[in-house]
Ligand binder design. Structure first.
Ligand code: TRP
Length: 328
């Protein structure tokens, strides 16, 4: 039986943190045997918000290097840069002409993002979901992993695909949402009530994948806890629960054995132990990343090959869509 084909997109903005890694990237890496994965660095989506061009260029390669360092294996998976396949923007146009204004106007992410960036509410930001639909539909995928915030966009993708197939003829596979496994919901270290996020400005909010061992230790030491004295998995004690969950994920130990390990110990000892485990787990990723970034030509080559490997699928779908709508 053929493997299911999955499309995952990630924007090259901000820095990848522990929450992104445990919530998404690690699942991608672990699913490389099970699925035919298409991983795309969606740099064209990034310019819906003003970017410094040099920085965007740099961040795009950096993100690709981080994904490779985390274990994305281009012998098994496709990894490419969105802007290197012209069909994304081209198909987005055809889809644009088949998405009712009313459907697009309901997208809550546009409303959120335009409220946050009142000085740059551009047409691309409004249109963002059409480009995302094109990303997905070009590759005839079976599924797309989506978090809560992207569900509405996937729903729009399915709607436009079904409408297109009905009105013009069979063209697109209808993608299913893959709801990520729960459990790896990592909270901010400074504010364990909210999810670890790229955009929080707190200096001790997130552990970034490329943080130095010293920075990781310092951030864990300052992590918010509470004034209790027992160390147990108690979801009502959000700070402690988050720390213990991170420890659980990295050590693969059972909750009982973790509670035993820290019985009678203080938060200081717990925090050092977690920091050590995270430092050692991230060390090989950081080292591989540094080696890769030392050879940008190599990354460029890997990405060129990645684009080459998906281009035939993209152009096949695009040519069919063009033909069906009567474009010569
Ligand atoms: N919108 C997604 C996000 O912000 C990124 C993205 C772009 C994407 N195109 C995609 C995700 C296609 C999945 C499939 O997280």
């Amino acid at each position: 039986m053929a493997k299911k084909r999955i499309f995952s997109g990630i924007q090259p903005t901000g820095n990848i943190h522990l929450g992104n890694y445990l919530g998404a990237v690690k699942n991608w890496v672990d699913s490389q045997e099970e699925y035919e994965n298409i991983f795309c660095v969606v740099n064209s989506h990034a310019i819906t918000i003003k970017q410094d061009p040099k920085e965007l260029h740099q961040k795009t390669y950096e993100l690709a290097a981080i994904l490779l360092a985390c274990g994305i294996d281009t012998q098994k998976s496709h990894l490419f840069i969105q802007s290197q396949i012209d069909e994304h923007a081209a198909l987005a146009w055809i889809l644009d002409c088949n998405i009712p204004m009313g459907d697009m106007s309901r997208m809550t992410q546009f409303k959120d993002k335009s409220a946050k960036n009142p000085k740059n509410i551009n047409v691309g930001l409004f249109n963002y979901p059409a480009l995302m639909a094109a990303d997905i539909l070009l590759y005839q995928v079976d599924g797309v992993p989506v978090g809560e915030d992207q569900k509405q966009h996937l729903e729009l993708t399915r709607d436009v695909a079904m409408r297109f197939n009905r009105d013009y003829g069979e063209c697109f596979k209808i993608p299913e949402p893959l709801i990520p496994k729960v459990g790896a919901r990592i909270m901010g270290l400074d504010n364990p009530e909210s999810k670890m996020s790229k955009s929080s400005s707190g200096a001790n909010h997130a552990i970034f994948l490329l943080d130095s061992p010293e920075a990781i230790m310092a951030k864990f030491k300052k992590a918010t806890t509470d004034s209790h004295t027992t160390i147990v998995f108690d979801p009502t004690r959000a700070g402690l629960y988050n720390l213990l969950s991170i420890y659980e994920i990295f050590t693969h130990k059972s909750r009982e054995s973790i509670e035993q390990e820290f019985a009678g110990k203080g938060y200081g000892q717990l925090k050092s132990a977690i920091a050590e485990v995270v430092i050692e787990s991230l060390r090989p990723i950081r080292e591989r990343y540094e080696r890769l970034m030392g050879d940008e030509g190599y990354i460029r080559e890997i990405l060129a090959q990645g684009a080459q490997s998906v281009r035939p699928i993209a152009s096949g779908t695009y040519e069919r869509a063009k033909e069906l709508v009567g474009l010569v």
